[in-house]
Design a protein around this ligand. Sequence first.
Ligand SMILES: Nc1ncnc2c1ncn2[C@@H]1O[C@H](COP(=O)(O)OP(=O)(O)OP(=O)(O)O)[C@@H](O)[C@H]1O
Ligand SMILES: [Mg+2]
Length: 469
Amino acid sequence: MTKILLVGVDDKTALSLREAVAQRKEYVIDRCKAEEAQILIERSKPGIIFLNIARPEVSRLHLLQTFKRDARDVPVIVIAERVSTSLAIKAMKEGAFDYVIKPLDKTQLRALLEKLARTRQKAPSKPALELEEDMEGETVFIGEHPEMLEIYKLIGRVAPTDVPVLIQGETGTGKELVAQEIHRHSLRGHKRLLAVNCAAIPETLLESELFGHEAGAFTGAMGRRKGKFEQADGGTIFLDEVTDMSPATQSKVLRVLEQQEFERLGGAETIKVDIRIITATNRSLVKCMQEGGFRVDLFYRLRGAFICLPPLRSRGEDVCLIAEYFLRQFSEKTKKNIKSLHPRTVKKLKEYSWKGNIRELRNVIQTAVIFCHGEVLLPEHIFLEEEIVDSGEIQDDCQQMFTRMIEPLFDKLRVSEEGHLYQQLTSALERALIQITMEKVGKNQVKAAQLLGVSRNTLRDRLKKFGLS
Ligand SMILES: Nc1ncnc2c1ncn2[C@@H]1O[C@H](COP(=O)(O)OP(=O)(O)OP(=O)(O)O)[C@@H](O)[C@H]1O
Ligand SMILES: [Mg+2]
């Protein structure tokens, strides 16, 4: 027999739950007010607790800590009125079994109870952590899309651990923001979070940036310099665009992950650090591994937890919520009184593809606010980057051009290259493309890789293969 205790739960939700377990003899339901919860938990020893948290009564989150102290192994399901980023993160961080939003119907509740039953055999949850006194500095994330809610919960779950986290997502989807939130909610939150963008730093300098160097380690290395890993000791390091690390740097990072140690460039002393590593990429790391540029063992070490941020275009209503948030921000900043988005503006925003995601939306709203003088933001205030050339057209053009080129040569090639035709032609095309790109960007590998949309390791590999380096 499992006792379910409903703490501060409203009638409607309680009724749904009663319906959900109506045929099930193994459950009994008990209800109490928040103030009575502690006594009831002691007295009736519930097996499951549902804790209702109504905003702004966030103080009820403190109850969760009490429950976790007094009845550590009892799963607590937090019920909230609406999606709140900080509540979701904090609830999960405090050890809640799940965080769910009203209204809850009986099917949902049944699924939840089944999930609970499946996981009940698991090891007892960890002791509760110190709960922060206030809920300040909250809501950095705007958005209520179900996929985002799962991400907030995951942030709460992984933050207090030292597990390395890999964040993947298109540009501007909020990868850095996620890294900041994980750090802020971690036990290292009071220590430093240092970010290094591996794509923005020339390959030769990246190693010294990360691991530091001794005087004379290379030309120009005047004195000893501490690297980011040493500077962030005790805290977190955020490695952005991690696919751009050279193989040598990758193996050093792997060593830090495994042994928390490294040497400065040109140094013999082994430096020990206590560091958490969070990484991000806007490429598929799996693809980078398949292409051979990224170490498989490092990938698995980095991906202790994996967060994949959805693009803005697939987040439905979030586009409007985030647009309204930026609208309020910029309207206040510029001392205007713009109150809302016109329905046609909403439509325009929802239909757009947002390749630059939230960053692009932010910029678009910032500009729109300049042009708006009334209380409503109109579609004519929204300037979207028009797709200048349709990529479908480019493909058609290219295909026609290649057909014209290959056709006259085909019979000759057929004889000379039999069995290798595909390989020979595609690699000739690849070589030409890489050569032209490198010339156009002044031989800057970072820019060339960006333009081609391949990782720097892939580019390096091809340059070597084609004898272009
Ligand atoms: N859910 C959100 N709510 C409000 N602002 C957001 C949200 N997500 C991202 N932002 C804002 O959008 C901008 C871009 O976010 P961020 O820099 O974290 O993206 P990114 O994925 O790291 O981008 P890039 O790949 O280009 O480095 C920042 O100004 C950030 O504060
Ligand atoms: Mg970023």
